[in-house]
Write a protein that binds this ligand. Sequence first.
Ligand code: FMN
Length: 124
Amino acid sequence: MYYSITGNVRRFVQRIGLPFREIAGPYEVVDEPYIIVTPTTGFGQVPEKVDRFIRYNADEIRGVAVSGNRNWGRNFGAAGEKIAEAYAVPLLLRFELSGTDEDVRKFNEEVTQIGEANAWRNRA
Ligand SMILES: Cc1cc2nc3c(=O)[nH]c(=O)nc-3n(C[C@H](O)[C@H](O)[C@H](O)COP(=O)(O)O)c2cc1C
């Protein structure tokens, strides 16, 4: 699941080769595990729409990846840290703008590991 204001996160998810969907309405509910990919807004904040989506769908979140800009110093990608801490999920990746090919590779590697861990839990 992703959210994008100026298009960077959208360009990132279009390159991952995995199914992706933008957060739609304000009360959207999903019934399967998801990873959230979000930008960071002013002073390290989680965008309001993302914050509300995760609150409605807290049970199914498995991880977070965050876009930001290093110009924001210690607030670089801070939305990702906030989500990871609040929902006790891993911060899979912090990337700049729409990410590099290496960022895409790392993201896929992390998602694969989460998938394997869940498959293992479901077997047990
Ligand atoms: C008003 C505004 C505030 C921002 N605040 C932060 C910030 O606190 N930390 C950060 O890392 N990036 C910040 N950014 C950068 C965006 O997170 C970054 O450009 C991101 O790639 C935008 O994703 P999007 O194009 O999918 O919306 C900010 C950008 C804008 C326009």
